[in-house]
Design a binder for this molecule. Structure first.
Ligand code: DIG
Ligand code: MN
Ligand code: MN
Length: 393
């Protein structure tokens, strides 16, 4: 395989979950098609292809029901693999969706025994993440939802989820764990409807927490797209609020189940716009957190295909960075998107409210008909983007 400027290095901050490149290819209509991979082998392979980090759910590494001695052995081996291969653990999370006890949810379940077990499991998983050096802890409430919606008051579900997050932020503060929580939304699947369905819902929910400063979001391309929303706009809102603590990158066709496809493999224009935002090539402050690919290879792939998938995620991201840099350096693009200024109105629009600015603003002469006639050249702008994407510029 030829090497070039788009080869990933740890400086790129690319990460994969054990469950992503370790996905054995099962789906609702067919069993696994690939062998289960040892986590230490995954770490080795990720190090070889230039990835920076590996993320995990508790059960990705420690089989459910393992003894304390078995847990310590597994963790010791994993830590050695991390060190031997120069790979870090940026993010950890809890599997609160596979075990049958979570059929009715975890933190929002009607049975207090389930809610208590979910907290027990999460506190243990947080301690595993801290031991491995994680700085971000993700909560994806995959089972926090319903089919038979009369089963509980949705308000009560929100209260129960809030109690869990508030309790666990206190747990981390009490233990001195320097972890930030990142909440991941998804509108449905595996539940008919999942509570807190989009990143926007999560941002509103965070504002109601006891310690909102410790909690941000982990938007995923596929999940926001499933809701028919703009991932780029939702990520921008999180960035502007200082709440983009982590991000799950992948590919998704709108109107389909959660495909978790290779990054950039579907809506390339939206992937370009997302990378442009994250990298700040248009001049905004860039995102500096982990770039996590929460995705997996097609079921058609063998082991070699899994690593083609992983390389493709990272290579496409880096190719799009270069395209976005070239696009935003283009003088014609910069001219079209340059700020429109007005020496009289700009100060009025940035000044705080006052009776004086009200009088000046209401007295300002604006030629409504003339302004309505101005051509904005967005057709040319978008064509330029397409041409940069297609390598025509
Ligand atoms: C699914 O999109 C979820 C789980 O894979 C995991 O809990 C989270 C972290 O990326 N994403
Ligand atoms: Mn997903
Ligand atoms: Mn995800």
């Amino acid at each position: 395989m030829t090497s070039d400027a788009f080869d990933p290095t740890p400086a790129d901050r690319f990460s994969f979950g054990l469950w992503t490149v370790g996905n054995p290819g099962r789906d609702p209509f067919g069993g696994p098609v690939r062998a289960t991979q040892d986590p230490c082998r995954i770490v080795k392979k990720l190090g070889e292809i230039g990835a920076w980090g590996v993320n995990l759910h508790d059960e990705d590494l420690i089989p459910f029901g393992s003894s304390a001695a078995e847990r310590d052995r597994i963790v010791g081996d994993f830590k050695k693999a991390l060190e031997d291969n120069g790979v870090v653990v940026p993010m950890a999370t809890t599997n609160l969706f596979s075990q049958p006890i979570f059929r009715d949810g975890a933190f929002t379940a009607n049975d207090p025994k389930v809610r208590a077990f979910a907290l027990q499991k999460t506190m243990t998983a947080i301690e595993l993440g801290v031991e491995l050096g994680a700085q971000t802890y993700v909560f994806w409430g995959g089972r926090e939802g319903t089919e038979a919606d009369a089963c509980r008051d949705p308000q009560e579900a929100t209260k129960r989820f809030r109690h869990a997050i508030d309790y666990l932020t206190c747990f981390c503060e009490d233990k001195g764990y320097d972890l930030r929580f990142a909440l991941e939304a998804k509108p449905n699947e595996p539940r008919g409807d999942i509570y807190l369905a989009t990143t926007g819902h999560m941002l509103a929910f965070i504002a109601t927490l006891d310690k909102p400063e410790r909690v941000g979001v982990n938007p995923e391309v596929a999940h926001e797209s499933m809701a028919g929303l703009s991932m780029t706009h939702n990520v921008a809102q999180a960035m502007e609020a200082g709440k983009l603590f982590h991000i799950d990158l992948n590919g998704q066709r709108i109107g389909r189940y959660d495909q978790d496809l290779r990054f950039g493999s579907e809506d390339l224009k939206q992937a370009f716009l997302l990378v442009r935002l994250l990298e700040g090539t248009a001049g905004n402050d860039p995102y500096s957190g982990p770039l996590h690919f929460d995705a997996h290879a097609y079921r058609t792939e063998d082991d070699a295909g899994v690593w083609d998938f992983a390389r493709g995620c990272m290579r496409t991201y880096k190719l799009l960075v270069a395209r976005a840099q070239a696009f935003d350096a283009d003088s014609e693009v910069r001219d079209i998107i340059a700020d429109v200024t007005d020496p009289v109105l700009d100060p009025l629009l940035s000044a705080p409210y006052s009776p004086e600015t009200v009088a000046a603003l209401r007295g300002a002469a604006i030629d409504v008909k003339a302004v309505a006639q101005i051509g904005l050249r967005y057709e040319r702008l978008d064509q330029l983007m397409v041409e940069y994407l297609m390598g025509a510029r």
